[in-house]
Design a protein around this ligand. Structure first.
Ligand SMILES: C[S@@+](CC[C@H](N)C(=O)[O-])C[C@H]1O[C@@H](n2cnc3c(N)ncnc32)[C@H](O)[C@@H]1O
Length: 214
């Protein structure tokens, strides 16, 4: 337990989860130096809202969700290529009622030299194909009524806007349950200007899909 009092205080004063969230601090959960790590408060809000009993994070990176679940006392399974599991192919369990999936944002950050790494997919089309394959693999691991929440951001390449968050929504419209816009803080890679007018990207989205209860 990192700071039981701080967690209890956050749980006491937190507002219900809505379609816009903002966490200026990431909290003490996980490795804050891990590239692309996310805020633990997002995981706390997800768990407090949906009350899962078994959580999977198939690309856990610096362990944010692992540590949040440990502090909340929620059963957790987490995997990552950096610790030897290719979550697109290797066994990663089943029967989860919440899957939190935070994939690489295409090649915005390169996580390893391993060709199985999603950030090494190469073309955008290849990345989209892997995203789709992984989505349906993970969907099959959900218990009936279980949810998958996917955290994704958009990016720009040579002045072109790549709406990766839309690619996620379009993975499975029939099972879409909600979209949460998450404000980004301390964004550094967003300052290149193109032709004077420039709209920096200051958000990510958490797209929530739900497997039917029966
Ligand atoms: C955005 S990071 C996750 C960050 C994490 N949420 C945190 O707070 O630290 C994406 C992760 O996906 C992992 N990854 C990429 N391809 C993978 C694969 N095929 N199997 C498992 N993990 C993979 C990378 O190693 C990286 O740690």
């Amino acid at each position: 337990m990192r700071d039981a009092k701080a967690l209890a205080e956050y749980l006491r004063q937190r507002k219900p989860l809505t379609s816009v969230v903002s966490y200026p601090g990431r909290g003490p959960w996980g490795d804050n130096r891990y590239p692309g790590n996310c805020s633990g408060y997002l995981l706390i809000d997800l768990c407090a809202t949906f009350r899962p009993s078994r959580v999977l994070d198939p690309m856990e990176g610096g362990g944010t969700s692992r540590e949040v679940c440990a502090d909340l006392g929620v059963e957790y399974a987490g995997f990552d290529l950096h610790s030897g599991t290719d979550s697109l192919r290797d066994p990663i369990g089943a029967g989860y009622d919440l899957i939190f999936w935070h994939p690489p944002y295409h090649d915005m950050k390169l996580y390893s030299d391993d060709p199985r790494d999603l950030s090494r997919a190469g073309s955008l089309a290849a990345f989209q194909a892997l995203l789709r394959a992984a989505y349906w693999r993970f969907f099959e691991l959900l218990a009936p009524g279980g949810r998958m929440a996917i955290l994704m951001g958009d990016l720009r390449r040579q002045g072109r806007y790549e709406p990766l968050t839309h690619d996620v929504v379009r993975l499975d419209r029939p099972h879409l349950e909600g979209i949460v816009v998450k404000m980004q803080h301390n964004v550094s890679s967003n300052t290149t200007q193109y032709g004077g007018a420039f709209v920096p990207i200051l958000h990510e989205t958490l797209t929530i899909f739900r497997r039917p209860a029966r």
